[in-house]
Design a binder for this molecule. Sequence first.
Ligand code: PLP
Length: 438
Amino acid sequence: MLTGIETRPVARAPKAVGAEELPEHGVGLRAALARFRERWEPQFSGSAGPRYFGFVTGGATPASVAGDWLTGVLDQNAMSGEDSAAVELERQTVRWIGRMFGLEEHTGAFVSGATMSNFVGLAIAREWLGEQLGISVAQAGVGALGAVPVLSGTPHSSIVKSLSMLGIGRDSVRLVPTRPGREAVDVDRLAEALAALDGRPAIVVANAGTVNTVDFDDLRAIAVLRQRYPFWLHVDGAFGAFAALTPEHATLVDGLGEADSVCVDLHKWLNVPYDAAVQFTRHRDLQLRVFLNSAAYLTAPSDTPDFGHLVPENSRRLRALTAWFSLTAYGRDGHRDIVQRNIASANSLAEQLTASGLLRLVAPVRLNVACFTLADRPTSERVGALVDAIAETGETFVTPTVYDGQPAVRAAFSNWRTTDADVDRAAKAIIAAALALS
Ligand SMILES: *Cc1c(COP(=O)(O)O)cnc(C)c1O
């Protein structure tokens, strides 16, 4: 199956497989495998392959797949460390990852993805906000808090979803104007919005890598505003934080370490299988207040609280093992190499598409995404038809977006398998599809 990943069609709309009856009597593992390969597997996406550029998807390195398999085989419950070194492995892996992103002063925990990482960060922010007002939201409930101002330039949808889950509410988001032609927040306008709060504490959600054009807020300038205004700084660096791995791009995430909480996704650019992300914070005391799980049969939290007291889950998968395997097998430099190759691929694709004269970029390539549209009449119908025609080829897969009111297409590079030859092949397919429309 691993070898087939390179050659299977990149993406296709699955045919309905048809419902199966609940098996009353089992057929055995061998027959189950045969049935899966025949019925289901051919209808699965080629998203783990080298020319799938939709969303920001990431692949899975061979070492991480080995780690994933062992996670299931050994089936540890990484909730507490009473009878297993599994949680020690998780703590160490979190420290490694913190080190890669300059978050040595933060503590962290594995969660299932960037959405949950954002959720946990904002839950701690909510507790901090209560503390500023002399209440504990964990005890008194969110009703005691009143309206919470959440300021952000271009928040990811998962931020808004998290605010809904936290009882803060989707309407709490106050969009701050971005810099002209950019997705990065205008820091002067942010300062004005904070000043207008008259000393009321707030949450600021900053971005390290927006999904459309991978734009970065000026994290250092935002952090400095805390000297004047009381706010919690949460940074969503789901995949953009990986800029820290390459000397040429590390300045984009300058100031990341200043944040009160940080979200880093791992099933995207670390290339571990779904699902894994890390949630970092400088305020574990507040985190403990939110997620404390006290029961007579569980040990009370110590200086290093069990993970069950720090995240929404109690029983939890040892998600750290995939990252441990990949980092042990390939090292920081192996992962830097993946990031650098993906950035080079985004630039190469952008150059080839632009050179065709049929397509143009809607934003410069800042990191690993080429965001482009038709040079001629880029209406939503025509751009939609382009995306469909590209998917139809089975050669590559890209996803549509709207950037600055302009229908556009994104090609995001985050898979370790992608080679120069893959980029050339994808460019040919995209240009051919654009030519057919002209
Ligand atoms: C992907 C992404 C998320 C959500 O991540 P999931 O792993 O899908 O939960 C949040 N923020 C940003 C910037 C992302 O790119």
